[in-house]
Design a protein around this ligand. Structure first.
Ligand code: BES
Ligand code: ZN
Length: 508
């Protein structure tokens, strides 16, 4: 349960510096380099714990597995864009075929949106647990394209990193599960657990259709455990089990002024400018200490257990390195909190986009008719997207200046999540990760959201384990997204071991 034995783990900066044998600023760009701290410092005899038959299969098929992953990454399955609908279908079909070849009985099932891919293998010995592995085959839009060093849908392996949109989030992490299953079925003709793989195509747009899908297929999805790899490790060489995710409440705020754009000379000063009105509204979201100043915003926040905060503080986190990694002049946020606390344990209200008026080349004297802001709040237990919608809508209406009308539209949301760290699945994961990475996992938190995690717990009544194989600096959602090739390979090994560990036998 302890994230680290004091003094054993170097600071994250040090891990990354050692990973490339260079200075920290350089490291921030290279933090996934396979020449990581583990290579230099750890006893690799511990990593041989993957059963030899599975290890041999993965090694012998390494090239084919990589070629297949690259094929998957070449499909631009951008769920947010309607022009990519055919690509979404192509990706679902491609994945279904690979899951069938791996030995899963697989169907493509409709949802209210992009299809889900469901694979099953139910041949384990009586009494064996059933595990549901969830991942997503959709990816974020790749724009801005000109900032990619190589094209987003033409995967390349460079410096130990697989560069492509979706490599880490989440195609690579989903695919490593499929390949671990394939390793079991190809070498032994069976798995030690019953397996359900559910891949959705709408995670990056909020998973709105997945909870109804799980409800509808509740019987078929009945399982004992749920496992997800859609997150990151704390540092290179440091396997991690995720203990919390923030939730999300996403809004679009539209401010309407005059019925059409106006000449800013003829009308400016006499008509309220919606861009200025929106700027005023947005400026009321925080006080000068970066507390969210929306009345009622913190009402449902449950304080974190001191034990969790203590474990968080024991992690080897270096604020200065983090600052260099993000390239911001200083780090700042809610007063009185550390960076990790701010990102992992505190709710936020962020402007994600602002749109109004003339933004093209040169000058245009216009008083715009409309302004729009995309605003999303990250939530922590026990906040709910609906409670936040109520307080935010009321606040925006209250502070809006006269002369404009406001419309707040909900785009999507998902609840926050905190793990129960314990039980057979958690223990098996510790052993499997230790075997694959040569050291004990740390317990981490996460500021991002995976909306469906809470749904699995609520609807299926099962514990969810999050073991991710991304790394800091992996550029998820940004240009030059990458997945550490070493983590992809070790991830396959870790999840292949996990099923043996969970079933209680390490090898045949
Ligand atoms: N893989 C991420 C979640 C994540 C983010 C895990 C950062 C670990 C670190 C997931 O695909 C994602 O991006 N989720 C969205 C959810 C949203 C679109 C509903 C997010 O967090 O913004
Ligand atoms: Zn993801």
């Amino acid at each position: 349960m302890h994230p680290s034995r004091d003094g054993e783990i170097p600071h994250r900066t040090e891990l990354i510096r050692l990973a490339i044998g260079g200075d920290a600023p350089e490291c921030s760009r290279m933090s996934g380099d396979p020449a990581c701290w583990l290579h230099e410092h750890d006893d690799f005899s511990m990593t041989s714990a993957l059963a030899p038959d599975l290890a041999a299969h993965l090694a012998a098929n390494d090239q084919r597995i990589h070629e297949e992953l690259f094929e998957f990454l070449r499909i631009p399955s951008v769920s947010a864009r309607s022009e990519h609908r055919p690509d979404m279908e192509r990706a679902a079909k491609w994945l279904a075929t690979k899951m069938r070849v791996a030995g899963l009985a697989t169907e493509i099932l409709p949802t209210g949106g992009h299809p889900a891919v469901l694979g099953e293998w139910r041949g384990a010995v009586p009494g064996a647990p059933t595990v549901l592995v969830y991942g997503h085959y959709d990816v974020q839009p790749a724009e801005p394209l000109d900032l990619w060093t190589s094209p987003p849908f033409e995967p390349v392996l460079r410096d130990g990193k697989i560069f492509a949109r979706g490599s880490v989030d989440d195609k690579g992490q989903l695919f490593l599960h499929v390949k671990a299953i394939e390793a079991h079925l190809a070498t032994r003709g069976k798995l030690p657990v019953n397996m359900i793989v559910l891949a959705e195509g709408e995670e990056e747009v909020g998973s709105d259709n997945l909870a109804p899908f799980i409800e509808r297929h509740r019987e078929r999805l009945r399982c004992d455990y749920c496992v997800i790899s859609d997150s990151s490790m704390f540092a290179p060489g440091l396997p991690s089990i995720l203990s919390s995710l923030r939730g999300l409440a996403y809004f679009e705020i539209e401010v309407q002024g005059p019925s059409g754009d106006l000449h800013s000379g003829s009308y400016g000063g006499a008509v309220v400018n919606p861009a200025t009105a929106l700027a005023r509204i947005v400026a009321t979201f925080h006080d000068e200490h970066w507390h969210v100043a929306i009345p009622g915003f913190y009402d449902l926040v449950r304080e974190w257990e001191p034990r969790v905060l203590r474990e968080m503080r024991a992690l080897p986190f270096d604020e200065e390195h983090f600052r260099e990694e993000v390239g911001a002049p200083v780090l700042d946020g809610e007063a009185g909190r550390s960076t990790l606390e701010r990102v992992w344990t505190r709710p936020t209200c962020e402007v994600n986009g602002l749109l109004s008026g003339y933004t093209g080349e040169g000058a245009k004297t216009v008083l715009p008719a409309k302004a729009m802001a995309k605003v999303s709040c990250r939530l922590v237990p026990d906040q709910t997207p609906d409670a936040i919608r109520k307080v935010l809508t009321a606040h925006v209406q209250r502070v809006a200046p006269k002369g404009v009308t406001i419309n707040v539209r909900v785009l999507h949301g998902g609840p926050p999540w905190r793990a129960e760290l314990g039980g057979p699945l958690f223990d098996a994961a510790r052993r499997a990760l230790t075997a694959a990475f040569g050291r004990e996992p740390v317990i981490t938190g996460e500021g991002g959201s995976i909306p469906v995690v809470g749904d699995f717990e609520r609807i299926l009544g099962v514990p969810v384990l999050l073991i991710g194989f991304g790394l800091p600096g992996e550029n998820a959602h940004a240009p030059n997204e990458w997945l550490s090739d070493e983590n992809f390979v070790k991830g396959m090994s870790a999840v292949a071991s996990l099923w043996d560990e969970l079933a209680g036998h390490r090898s045949l």
